[in-house]
Design a protein around this ligand. Sequence first.
Ligand SMILES: Cc1ncc(COP(=O)(O)O)c(C=O)c1O
Length: 399
Amino acid sequence: MSDQPLMNTYGRLPVVFDNGDGPWLFDTDGNKYFDTFCGIAVCGLGHAHPSVTSAIKDQAERLVHCSNLYHTPLQLKLAKKLCDISGMDNVFFSNSGAEANEAAIKIARRYGHSKKVSAPTIIVMDSAFHGRTMATLTATGNRKAQAGFEPLLGGFVRAPFNDLEAIKNIAKTNPNVVAVMLEPVQGEGGLNIASQEYMTGVRALCDENEWLFILDEVQTGNGRTGTYFAAQHYGIDADVITTAKGLGNGYPIGACLAKGEAAHVLVPGTHGSTFGGNPLGCAAALATINEICDNQLPARATELGNRMLESFKEELLHADYVKDIRGIGLMIGIEMEDPCVALVPIAKSKGLLLNVTSDNVIRLLPPLNLSDEECEFLIDAVVQIIRLYAADDRGGPRS
Ligand SMILES: Cc1ncc(COP(=O)(O)O)c(C=O)c1O
């Protein structure tokens, strides 16, 4: 199949998918593949989940769109549900993670101006990923992603991740700081998990300095790490939480949740989105949240994640080509000693869809509702493919 009519923004594998079912995807030739990262952390309930499909179908027959100049019952219901789960006060709906983060950045800037800070500045992290729009690209800590798009925006300063002292030092010298923005677990950046001490420390620094604490939970939200939002692991309150990806199980919807002062920064005319919070997206998200909560899928993510971590460590950690294995819930990273992107087409040829991020981290983000058998299948398949790859790559079998 020719890619010619598509802009050349993705290095796509030569496979055309037609339908899916749980962790499985089927190509147009009828071959089946196990998807270990569910559309990059999107289909937490697996592909084509029946509850989400029927919610979308039912809603499509009633109303697809009516603009944000009016209320719709599902938008209010979804906002209330997200506030109840997270303890936040209110929600702005978007269509993607980057847009949810744009809302968060705009809240921080306007909050800063309300405090008479003329050049509001947000502290962001090395290796962060916040999206591809110009503001979120600037916030992203990856020079490769930014290269060629300069000039980037002003109003951001960068600190190493998990380094509280670095933030304290910025606090001493930069009076324009109004917020800290970070991912509790950096997904694209290589599966880096924020420490408890760091998260508690950042919260305290934000309180001391009247900064907003913005958590990007686009990837970590919706049960992925073993709690509905990863913030709940740390027992901290954020001022702003963004989410998207798993929120609609594949239907595009994002949300920017705010609390306290941050919840009252935006007023009519300051921000908006034509499609944000449309009835179809809200129906998909409500069905997804109900499935996640009614079936205790965050707890299942913890159970499955621990099982996988234990098995991977037992099977692979001693191998000289594996550097580290880490994870939280069903967000697992197997860090290889060397770049391993070449693993992806090899795995695909064996019916396994794998993702490699940061050049050498195999990132596993399977559905939260895997059966025990599917979990065992995934563990065996991933271990085998890594061993096979390492043996080929290094000219002989390794254990
Ligand atoms: C943590 C995080 N924030 C933001 C984004 C951007 O989300 P989207 O691609 O929906 O704009 C991503 C996407 O990978 C992400 O992982």
